[in-house]
Design a protein around this ligand. Sequence first.
Ligand code: ADE
Length: 409
Amino acid sequence: MRYYVCTLFPDMIHQIMGTSILGRAEKNGYISVNTVNIRDFSRKNSMRVDDYPYGGGAGMVMEPEPVYQAVQAALQRAEADRRAEASRRAADGRSAGAEQRAELDRRAAEPAQTEESREEKSTPSGRRTRVIYLTPQAKVLDQTLVEELAREEELVLLCGHYEGIDERVLQETVTDYVSIGDYVLTGGELGAAVLMDAVSRFVPGVLHNDESSQFESMQDNLLEYPHFTRPEEWHGRKVPPVLLTGDHGKIEEWRYQQAVARTQERRPDLLKNSFTLHTFWYGPQAAEEYAVCLHGRISRYGEIQNYNRNKLIRSRHVLGDQELLLFVEGAGADGDVPFEERFRNLYGTGKTLAWICSGGSLTEKKMAFLADRGFRLLGSSRYSGTETAEQVDLLALDIRKKALHLAGR
Ligand code: ADE
């Protein structure tokens, strides 16, 4: 990930980003943090880049031209770095990894279909680079947006000061407006650093295994469960006994309940965006492997069950409003039992969300059947079993975003 930060205070950015895990990530080449000093584009002897607001009022406004020049300089550097990176990759030969990256490049170049609000702006090469203006007048950064931004290869971040930036240059250059919270900071630099920190955690290689971000309950819109380390008793307070049992199933269940209870207590607003994921798979072994992989990338909780099990087929199974059914059917799994027969005991409430993932044929009939049974179809996808981790990640992100969107949240 390459960041290009347009700012009046480059030192502030480098100081924050050069420390700890992010400093290590930059040193090891997983991220690069570049700054463009907006002041370098001042056309005044005083080197000022602000002026009085038209219409009067308190405070100063950043002038459009220096900001425009700074953003253009950032975009040009981004393009030069992208070309250098492409020729470096070409020189390295097109390894399997390079093929995947080429696919990601292709996807990144495609306009995002789910972001209706974002106007597309292109670089001189026609490729889209996101230019993010940090401002309190925007949607607050959340984990879904963080993950979406982490799919980009580069981001341009624009930090304002004073009362803000002349509106015209924002209209001409900015693709995304992002706030880090409902309060006003003295400038955008801390916001940019927060965004870069959160995004970098999803860049492969940035976190070591023991720091891994893969399983975090925030992606489920739940707060983390409480954590404990040694000693077993401290100041008369004992570690919850379940954590000492070694029973992984029980521990996971306890952690889920704690996460829900904690969210209910501290952030009940998040719960409306939270779904319990139920993955049902049937068919050959490859279907199970795919189901486990995709489930784990959508949610750290929930159950994964083989729908061939008699228990599931025979007893009535009703999923609720805040449950999400992920349905993975393996190639050739339809042969023995008709779909309608197999799922005769499965019901939703009419609001229950569902996604079908098929290794075989995806027919309208199956979708209509699920809709009749009270499921709202989020969508469907096919799989071959040869998907890369990145492809599964992209699908998981898509399913989560669509779930939130369809649920009207
Ligand atoms: N600049 C000033 N306040 C901000 C906020 N809350 N988020 C992002 N950028 C800002």
